[in-house]
Design a protein around this ligand. Structure first.
Ligand SMILES: *Cc1c(COP(=O)(O)O)cnc(C)c1O
Length: 369
């Protein structure tokens, strides 16, 4: 049986939200809890974010928004990723804010409202340069005109306008200012049409932490609420944020091997001398990247060891050295205090820590709140 334990410190999430709120004092805060809260667990993370003072919870999928509401969340929730098949009736009847970045989606929302499911609170999504979601700048006027007409019929309320940055993790990148300029132009277009957009929002975690001039009415941090800021704190204090996820396993076996002995499939690692190896009960089926073999490290009793040889489906091996205190049953820290960070894993396997926590968290039951 494989053994990988994912522990989430929900008080850390609550504390991080409070810290981010204090860093964006003039704006509301939407805590982004999409993708099962980046692997941390949707409902308990949502509750923690509310404890920390989140004004909104934000999710990509309508099903996640519905799960939050049906799970007892009574605050404002926004969901943004869908086409015209959006289950608008289910969202409106639950008082969930919706995003519209195309005429087709707007129409679906208006139809549900006309059918009596509730007045939609709509955030217009504009593509200011990411080249992903949202109406292109050139078509914004016609989308706003249609939204305005629906608002005049009391079918929707245009509560927000939003966009998303492409290069926020490089705060000085010229596209950040270019997108901000487009966003301001989009807001001006709405104003010219006589629309009162109460919530303009643009900034993700990186923007929240580095560009206070672009906080507008609300910030939308995701990764930072889990304690993993995507930019370095110039003061070296992680912006006061605390990593919420720890990942651990155990040593299933410790044994001696002679020097020159191949380890794991393909013998990519060969013991340089007589040594002790430790068998860890976790593998790629648990989210340990196969590419981590030979590059990522884990900690046993406070000492770091690189993964020796290939990661297997539910196990991998460590070279614990000729003399070791480690024993069968010892805890192995993959991520957490005294061991590597999610960022360390990301650097080892050439990805971002977002993918690391989604992967580890997504495959395992989380600890209770
Ligand atoms: C994921 C996401 C965020 C949060 O991004 P982070 O980099 O995790 O802070 C904010 N807004 C939108 C639209 C997103 O998709």
């Amino acid at each position: 049986m494989t053994m990988l334990k994912v522990d989430v410190d929900y008080d850390a999430i609550a504390g991080n939200v409070a810290t981010l709120r204090a860093l964006a004092p003039t704006a509301k805060l939407m805590a982004v809890v999409k993708a099962d809260a980046y692997g941390h667990g949707l409902l308990p993370s949502g509750r923690a974010a509310r404890r920390g003072g989140a004004d909104f919870l934000g999710v990509a999928q309508p099903s996640e928004a519905i799960a939050l509401r049906d799970g007892g969340d009574e605050g404002r929730i926004l969901t943004w990723l869908y086409g015209p098949e959006v289950p608008a009736a289910d969202l409106l009847s639950r008082n969930i804010d919706v995003s519209a970045g195309s005429l087709a989606v707007l129409r679906a929302i208006v139809d549900a409202s006309r059918a009596g499911h509730g007045t939609a609170a709509v955030h217009i999504c504009v593509d200011t340069g990411l080249g992903r979601e949202g109406v292109p700048m050139a078509d914004l006027g016609s989308l706003l005109a249609a939204a305005s007409a629906a608002q005049d019929e009391d079918l929707i309320t245009i509560v927000g306008m939003w966009s998303h940055l492409a290069w926020a993790d490089q705060p000085g990148h010229p596209t950040v200012d270019a997108q901000a300029e487009n966003f301001r132009a989009a807001l001006a277009t709405a104003e010219e049409l006589g629309l009162n957009v109460e919530l303009a929002h643009l900034g993700n975690s990186a923007c929240t932490l580095t560009r206070s001039d672009l906080h507008f009415d609300m910030v939308r941090p995701g990764i930072a609420i889990y304690g993993l800021p995507p930019v370095d704190d110039p003061e070296g204090d992680n912006f006061g944020l605390v990593a919420a996820m720890s990942v651990s396993s155990t040593l299933a076996l410790v044994k001696e091997l002679p020097g020159g002995h191949g380890v794991s499939y393909g013998h990519e690692y060969v013991t340089p001398q007589r040594t002790h190896v430790g068998l860890v009960s976790a593998g790629y089926a648990d989210g340990v990247f196969r590419a981590a073999g030979g590059v990522a490290e884990v900690a046993v009793r406070g000492t770091r060891y690189p993964i020796a040889g290939r990661v297997c489906m539910d196990q991998f091996v460590l070279d614990l050295g000729p003399e070791t205190e480690a024993n069968t049953g010892d805890a192995v820290t993959l991520i957490g205090p005294g061991g590597p960070t999610a960022r360390d894993w990301a650097m080892a396997v050439d990805t971002i820590d977002y993918e690391i926590v989604c992967r580890f968290g997504g495959l395992r039951p989380k600890t209770a709140e």
